[in-house]
Design a protein around this ligand. Sequence first.
Ligand code: HSE
Length: 426
Amino acid sequence: MRTLKVALLGCGVVGSDVARYLAAHEADLTARIGARVELAGVAVRRADLPRPGIPSHLVTTDADALVTRGDIDVAIEVIGGVDRPYDLITKVFAHGASVVSANKALIATEGAALHAAARDSGVDLFYEAAVAGAVPLLRPLRESLAGDRVTRVLGIVNGTTNFILDRMDTAGWEYPRALKEAMALGYAEADPTADVEGHDAAAKAAILAGLAFNTRVRLDQVHREGITDITAADMAAARSVGRVVKLLAVCDRAPDGDITVRVHPAMLPAGHPLASVRDAFNAVFVEADASGQLMFYGPGAGGAPTAASVLGDLVAACRNRLAGVTGSGDSAYERRRVRPIGDVVTRYHITLDVTDRPGVVGAVVAVLERHGVSVEDFRQTRADGGARLFLSTQRATDRALSAAVAELRDLTQVRDVPRTIRAEAL
Ligand code: HSE
């Protein structure tokens, strides 16, 4: 029986679980691939750390030497970052080996170049683990749905922010307390910026939109807003109108073929399947012409779940190698226009603090209508010598909505507009 050699680049949380399950599932992997898989080397930054279960002679700090030694069949990249893995992966391809990566930032920024390099070398580049951890999502989009036409991908693709918003919603905590808890439980990093400012979700949205709509989406084309200024009061206000606030990745294809890709907090109806996604779980809702609505759900992070996704890709890459073929690449055969956020048609939920005088509501509604924005729903509570208004709008362009809100801020009767938040799936 043939033996395929695997180089593991990185041995942190995910890498060590990849090595663990490679050993624990060895018999099944061998049977499923039709060849043995041998861990040929593990590239690490620090050789002096204990690495239980990994023979020390396999550990090296010289990743370049490992990927260029000439007998590697598949390299697994779980290092993170962009420049270093890009450099290593191009070397892997140049030496005729396939790559499995879990690196969303790398794929979102350099995916086109890496796919081209893989194609030129006749090898595979797979990265199921880069989006939503263990949840099978990229392969379904790329393969299972290849006969359909996807029109929308709506997802919770960042577990850390979902955990934080969930705690704010269910326990009434403010953001700092929920973030602290997310850090204590190991969801949020010491520097949580990538998660809480939406960078992580934006990279995933770029990858999802590219695969769903067969086009290239650059990271700078993804509109991004984070969750750091969401308050417990916003969550309570949403709840009072039967909605929940989630950080969503929204990828839409318009009938003319243009697409929009955005990441921002948004209200969802409490009855929407994504509204009940709790803790640090991920879930992605896909709408397609023929299939209708599909939902993918599961753990989006963590060593073992991410390792499971990596190993699934490894099996596919090994099978292809044995058969002398490659699997589907990025399939970006369209050149779709990514619309700017101003052109996106959405709904707003607006909270305003106003003076409590007759005519204020009329003045607010008049401003909105002047910008072509209709009010769908309206509620008022007394607050601090004035009144607090909650308005839900009908669909309008984001440009019209934000221009209307800017003008509302200038109305003498309006003291503050503490929150505007988009509403989805209504
Ligand atoms: N930090 C990410 C999350 C997991 O919280 O979902 C890795 O993509």
